[in-house]
Ligand binder design. Structure first.
Ligand code: PMV
Length: 328
């Protein structure tokens, strides 16, 4: 087989990844914990083709511009080397969410690319091997290989730095992650650049010291399906990622006024008895964590807010898998 198609979910981290101990291998400073997002997927078809002189990469039907194209070519090169394949590839990729929704398409994108390209090249890798390999494309992609609730182990080296499922999506099917899109512009500072500055924050050492306790709490909260406990640790983590970013030199401000506005709304809703918590990635948009029964009232509130440009409601998503229909 020289053609394969895979689909993978993006993910949202409850305990975050912000800083690398090895830039080239994407080895993180700490382990992290996430959930796959059911409504934020990437589908990718890869075909190795003797008729091609160079890799042809299309994202949403358009030829990928540099530097995105170069990142994909470098990942294909890794896979060609592993499989001892010299052929160039045709790659087509589509996201279920708009590129400007502020959801990391690099996580679902590199997970889907890794699975599709390895299969098209004739390799049959384990989940663990796929996760390590996806990590080389984009760190957070390691967490988009297994489905449901996932821990990405910081590990010791390339082979041990992989993500593993800690609970299946069916373990907590009522959990929801509602993405409130507040701004559609690409973020001012990319995560690679932002993470490279993490070491300049005087607060990073404190953060790294408290992470093991947070991982333990988030793990237990997921096992117990305890939203209050998971929400508490997720909010601590989101604020701390931004604390590190804002105290880096030079500082990075990802929040917009509407970001803080929505944080205040979440606190107000909670004081009125609605069980909802927030988390925020390296950007201005806010993810709201709640259970299915509260999704209706929360979405209704968000729809009333003019600053909310789009709403995406996710349940715990599935593992990266092959699909029979190809994009070309
Ligand atoms: O997309 P990456 O692999 O550069 O990592 C982004 C990391 C955050 O999304 C900001 C946090 C996380 O743990 O997902």
């Amino acid at each position: 087989m020289n053609k394969a198609t895979a689909v993978a979910c993006s993910n949202i981290a409850f305990v975050k990844y912000w800083g690398k101990r090895d830039e080239a291998l994407h080895l993180p400073l700490n382990s992290s914990l996430s959930m796959a997002l059911s409504q934020a997927t990437t589908t990718t078809t890869v075909a190795f083709d003797p008729g091609l002189a160079e890799d042809e990469i299309a994202i949403e039907g358009q030829a990928a511009p540099d530097p995105a194209r170069l990142r994909v070519v470098r990942h294909l090169d890794r896979i060609r080397q592993m499989a001892r394949v010299e052929l160039r590839a045709r790659v087509a990729s589509r996201n279920s969410f708009p590129p400007d929704a502020g959801i990391a398409s690099s996580a679902s994108g590199f997970a889907a690319l890794t699975l599709a390209a390895t299969r098209a090249a004739g390799l049959d890798l384990s989940t663990r091997e796929l996760s390590c390999l996806a990590r080389l494309g984009s760190g957070s992609a390691a967490r988009s290989i297994p489905g449901g609730f996932v821990e990405w182990h910081a590990g010791q080296d390339h082979e041990s730095c992989c993500a593993e499922q800690i609970a299946a999506p069916q373990h907590w099917p009522e959990l929801r992650d509602i993405v409130a899109v507040l701004e559609r512009e690409p973020k001012s500072v990319g995560s690679t650049q932002g993470m490279a500055l993490a070491q300049t924050s005087p607060h990073l050492t404190t953060r790294l010291a408290v992470i093991p306790g947070r991982l333990e709490r988030a793990w237990q909260a997921i096992l117990d399906r305890n939203l209050a406990a998971l929400g508490e640790v997720s909010e601590e983590e989101a604020i701390e990622l931004h604390l590190i970013a804002m105290s880096s030199r030079p500082p990075i401000y990802y929040w917009r006024p509407a970001t803080l506005g929505l944080i205040h709304r979440v606190l107000a809703w909670r004081s009125e008895g609605l069980e909802v918590y927030f988390t925020i990635d390296a950007g201005p948009n806010v993810h709201l964590l709640c259970e299915e029964k509260d999704t209706g009232p929360i979405v209704a509130e968000l729809e009333e807010m003019p600053e909310v440009q789009q709403i995406i409601v996710n349940a715990p998503g599935f593992r990266a898998h092959l699909c029979p229909e190809h994009l070309f």
